[in-house]
Design a protein around this ligand. Structure first.
Ligand code: GLU
Length: 285
């Protein structure tokens, strides 16, 4: 059975914006008769206690999931299998650049801002051996394009940047883009609902999925919650967590912002993706 998912990083307590995205992911999955899965993206940015707290919050707002949650930290083999596949096809290269090297090289004329400038792409074997003595290498994908188009249910066709992005960091940890793509395919997730701050990652992920022979999922990037200054909502923006607002009040605010009745089962009955707000949700806490 196909599935949708919510894939939080356990980096802190959820705020209204995160909870709203989780509710939307659940509504989209159920509305389209998919399973709903929960995946804990704990390869980095982990804060102790946060996973349990997040799971508790999701249960408190009434969400349920159809399989036990999985943790990325327990799935290294899957990511390394994918890396082996890419390596066997000569699609990876070692990169020894620091962030600073990249920023400096990328500021040269004729480079695309934020784009990996290709510094280590064509190092010779002896250059690599030399550099390995100084720093451990990250592994980057040898991308054969600099952009890729995806389709998003809310944003339509979206073409975005693809560069030689990192698949294994230089501390040996699989990078976010690799882990997400491998997990979504392994879990048969074919519908991705998440905040639209990640829309610009979708082309890289879809391109990688294609290289690995995986189907490309349906993308639904939903508007973020903002503070009154127009910045992404953060916990410091006031009373924005379940604990601060109380579950009932928080749910009322979220469902009101979506134009839906304030109960999950009733919201599901009337859920209409075409009627969703397309603008960010500004919260005056
Ligand atoms: N773990 C990511 C985050 O919490 C989301 C990844 C995704 O949905 O693809 O920002």
């Amino acid at each position: 059975m196909p599935a949708g998912r919510f894939a939080p990083s356990p980096s802190g307590e959820f705020h209204l914006g995160n909870l709203r995205t989780a509710i939307l992911a659940w509504l989209f999955a159920k509305h389209t008769h998919r399973k709903f899965l929960l995946r804990i993206e704990d390869l980095d940015r982990v804060r102790a206690g946060s996973e349990a707290e997040q799971i508790q919050d999701l249960a408190a707002i009434g969400l349920d999931w159809d399989e036990p949650p999985v943790r990325q930290s327990e799935r290294s083999e899957l990511y390394l299998d994918a890396v082996d596949q890419l390596r066997a096809r000569d699609l990876l290269f070692e990169c020894f650049c620091t962030r600073r090297d990249i920023a400096e090289a990328a500021s040269a004329p004729h480079t695309i801002p934020g784009h990996y400038p290709g510094t280590c792409r064509n190092l010779s074997a002896s250059e690599r051996a030399e550099k390995r003595r100084e720093r451990p290498a990250a592994l980057r994908l040898r991308a054969a394009t600099d952009s890729f188009q995806v389709h998003d249910l809310l944003h339509g066709d979206y073409r975005g940047e693809v560069d030689d992005f990192v698949v294994i960091r230089n501390d040996g940890v699989p990078a976010y883009n690799l882990a997400v793509v491998v997990d979504d395919a392994a879990q048969r997730i074919d519908q991705i609902v998440r905040g639209d701050d990640l829309l610009s990652s979708a082309p890289r992920q879809a391109y990688l999925a294609g290289l690995l022979g995986y189907p490309i999922p349906q993308y639904i990037h939903v508007p973020l919650a903002l503070n009154p200054q127009g910045q992404r909502l953060a916990k410091r923006d006031g009373a924005v967590t379940l604990r601060e607002l109380g579950t009932e009040h928080a749910l009322q605010l979220i469902f009101d912002s979506l134009g839906l009745p304030a109960s999950l089962p009733r919201a599901l009955e009337v859920f209409d993706p075409t009627a969703l707000p397309r603008e960010p949700w500004t919260i005056h806490a």
